[in-house]
Design a protein around this ligand. Structure first.
Ligand SMILES: Cc1ncc(C[n+]2csc(CCOP(=O)(O)OP(=O)(O)O)c2C)c(N)n1
Length: 312
């Protein structure tokens, strides 16, 4: 991977002047991904905060080819672009020796739920596309509705906290696991560890097939924390093993943990600074913390077992 000095001299293909919120994780993710790309990739986007705030006609923050499409079909459109590049190369209309990189980037609503069918098709057919989900754990752009990625117990505007229920009643969908079952190159990343994420992007772009990277993207508005804590919350997500860093290769057979905390922090360290979990710390609600911690431990132990088995 390029050194920090080399990276600092590279042009960032995502400009300032976009309309994303202060402290928003999306431009951090985008800048890291674009800096890791060997040259300007073709960007494909479903509707999401990032799209709505960076590509408001007639303005754009993208200095790359850019394609906005419907919520449901980003991965299908990206698949079509990849097939078109292949066909044009075959007919001599594009340089056959040149690599064209395609990155599809969407929020968790457009990835875990609404665009899931298109994503599954893309991964199954093995199109050479990198799909990045910036995982802010809810439909933020339309006002913080729960998604398949929203964690257990979290408050959103459609998982209320009151007498009848205490936030979201289900645990989050394990999408990395599902993507890995398709045989794609899969990685979990977090924006506080830019080097790990950029290495994964570079690897994915050079992978002969589909890849999927899920990146933890804490949202100050939706998660209810001050704007200057975005990176710190991401770090806590990884230090508590709620959002571990790992990658899956060899058609789902090889699981590698990229970072193991020296002292795995209790989940309360991650929950406490976030207003969406404020009710966890109220009287008689300790069971929410216990249930959350038990699920984090279960998934982390499962991941460790998979990594151990792969290494044997
Ligand atoms: C089929 C369809 N349903 C709903 C919408 C309205 N909509 C636009 S963006 C959005 C939320 C996107 O959420 P997510 O994908 O998680 O990205 P985020 O906004 O959180 O970055 C919704 C519901 C739409 N554009 N199309």
């Amino acid at each position: 991977m390029a050194s920090l000095r080399e990276l600092s001299q590279k042009e960032v293909l995502f400009t300032g002047g976009h309309r994303l919120c202060a402290g928003c994780p999306a431009p951090i993710v985008v800048k890291q991904a674009l800096l890791a790309a060997p040259r300007a990739p073709i960007i494909v986007q479903p509707t999401c905060c990032l799209e709505i705030s960076s590509a408001v006609f007639p303005y754009t923050a993208w200095k790359t080819p850019y394609y906005h499409n419907a919520f449901e079909n980003a991965a299908a459109v990206a698949s079509g672009i990849e097939a078109a590049v292949k066909a044009l190369k075959k007919r001599g209309k594009l340089d056959a020796g040149k690599d064209y990189y395609i990155i599809c980037i969407g929020g968790d609503g457009g990835t875990y739920d609404i665009g899931f069918q298109a994503l599954s098709g893309m991964l199954e057919r093995g199109h050479r596309v990198l799909y990045i989900c910036y995982d802010n754990g809810a439909y933020m752009n339309t006002g913080i509705q729960r998604s398949g990625a929203t964690p257990y117990g979290a408050w959103t505007t459609t998982s209320h906290v009151g007498e009848a229920q205490k936030g979201k009643q289900q645990h989050r969908k394990d999408l990395a696991w599902i993507a890995a079952a398709h045989g794609a190159y899969v990685a979990n990343a977090s924006l506080h560890n830019w080097r790990d994420f950029m290495r994964k992007v570079e690897k994915a772009l050079n992978y002969e097939g589909s890849s999927f990277i899920n990146i933890q993207a804490p949202c100050p508005r939706g998660w209810r924390f001050p704007e200057n804590m975005t990176v710190e919350i991401a770090r806590l997500g990884t230090e508590t093993c709620f959002y571990p860093l790992f990658e899956v290769e060899d058609r789902g057979q090889k699981w590698v943990i990229n970072y193991t905390p020296k002292n795995k922090l209790p989940i309360t360290e991650y929950l406490k600074p976030q207003g969406r979990f404020a009710h966890f710390f109220q009287k008689d609600n300790e069971y929410l913390i216990e249930e959350f911690q038990a699920e984090v431990d279960r998934r982390w132990e499962h991941l460790q077992r998979l990594a151990k088995m792969s290494a044997e």
